[in-house]
Design a binder for this molecule. Structure first.
Ligand SMILES: [Zn+2]
Length: 71
């Protein structure tokens, strides 16, 4: 049940469970970048300084609750 919710989060490009693979120190405004692997969907991606908007996560949770109610 909870894992399904996590996969939905992954679908919206928010990976709740990640494992750090590599950290690269950069220069300038970009700063450091982190290479991380998502434990849920096994996707490897670069995580920069841009944080995802928490409102998106809230919307995902609401959608999931609606999904449970209708099915
Ligand atoms: Zn993921």
């Amino acid at each position: 049940m909870l894992e399904k919710l996590l996969i939905i989060c992954c679908y919206f490009n928010y990976h709740p469970k990640i494992r750090l693979i590599e950290v690269k120190m950069g220069f300038g405004p970009t700063g450091k970048t982190e290479k991380v692997e998502c434990i849920v969907c096994k996707k490897i991606y670069i995580r920069g300084n841009n944080n995802i908007n928490p409102i998106i996560i809230l919307i995902v949770i609401i959608l999931f609750l609606l999904f449970i109610l209708f099915f």
